[in-house]
Design a protein around this ligand. Structure first.
Ligand SMILES: [Zn+2]
Length: 304
């Protein structure tokens, strides 16, 4: 079977694109479920006559596995609405493999980037949201979508379910240190906007990867990223060769192991994270990604 390829050009990618992992679903409340393959995670919700899915799980095969997981949890209702939490293919690609003809809801900047990207199989957005806060009622399902500003990817949306006291924010704060090299994180305001979510009433945090956490875990996650940002700046003052992996890893590990060394994945990932973040300060960001109004360059250039 030939899958939609996203941005891959090599036939060999079919093996990755078509694989359907086993997903484990957990019911979080009467209407909310989360499902995960052990790494990627998403959220879906039962509405009056349909299902609302966040994201797509990121490959055609994974989207089909997501569809099966949803059907196993809620057998008698179709997925009619999909919310893209941001533009990245590994979260919002290949929606047709999850639900053909579903309404695709996303922030305007996410919609513009996806339109310009023209990745094979990344379904275009059909319902566009503009602004920082949206009180949603989708087929009887009430919740709030929030875009405080650029955090991760383009047009990021987080979901607050006040009734369940639950926050879902994909690809932002993890309950561990397994971030990798943090592509497309916007460090000028990332921690500030994440901490802003603590003003809302919630007890459970669902990330886009790995395990759930609580408010204390979320705050510690914010502290962790902030601490790497601080030590990455200190590395300049101490003339660490910031372009080299081993010296940066050794420097930041030395500063942060006492506070954060117990976090799962710390040793394996702290060097990558530090290299990425130190280059944010070296270069000031990548083009428009860390400007306060990231959408301005697309404002008059893309019509939806
Ligand atoms: Zn992402």
């Amino acid at each position: 079977m030939s899958e939609n390829r996203g941005k891959f050009t090599r036939e060999a990618a079919q093996a990755y694109l078509g694989r359907e992992p086993e997903l484990i679903s957990t019911q979080l409340s009467k209407r909310l479920w989360t499902t995960s393959d052990g790494q990627c995670r998403s959220l879906f919700a039962e509405a009056d006559n349909s299902v609302l899915a966040f994201d797509t799980f990121g490959t055609p095969g994974r989207a089909r596995a997501y569809k099966k997981a949803i059907e196993a949890a809620i057998p008698d209702k179709p997925v009619r609405n999909i919310i893209y939490t941001h533009d990245h293919l590994d979260h919002s690609g290949f929606a047709a493999d999850l639900a053909v003809d579903a309404e695709i809801i996303a922030d305007v900047i996410c919609a513009k980037v996806i339109k310009l990207r023209q990745a094979e199989g990344q379904t275009q957005v059909t319902k566009i949201l503009e602004g920082k806060e949206h009180r949603m009622n989708i087929d009887g399902l009430e919740f709030t979508l929030l875009n405080p500003g650029p955090t991760h990817g383009s047009g990021n949306l987080s979901a607050w379910f006040s009734e369940e006291k639950l926050l879902f924010s994909s690809d932002t704060i993890l309950a561990n240190a397994r971030y990798g090299f943090m592509p497309d994180y916007h460090f000028c305001n990332f921690v500030k906007f994440m901490r802003g979510f603590l003003e809302l009433e919630w007890d459970t945090f669902v990330p886009g990867r790995y395990e759930l956490t609580d408010r204390a875990g979320f705050e510690r996650g914010c502290d962790f990223i902030e601490a790497i940002q601080i030590e990455s700046q200190n590395a300049f003052a101490e003339f660490v060769p910031i372009w080299a992996f081993e010296p940066m890893k050794a420097y930041v590990s030395g500063k942060l192991t006492d506070r954060f060394g117990d976090m799962d994945g710390f040793d394996e990932h702290i060097g990558e994270m530090a290299i990425r973040i130190v280059h944010h300060y070296l270069m000031g960001g990548w083009g428009m990604e860390d400007t306060p109004v990231a959408g301005v360059l697309l404002a008059d250039e893309v019509t939806l």
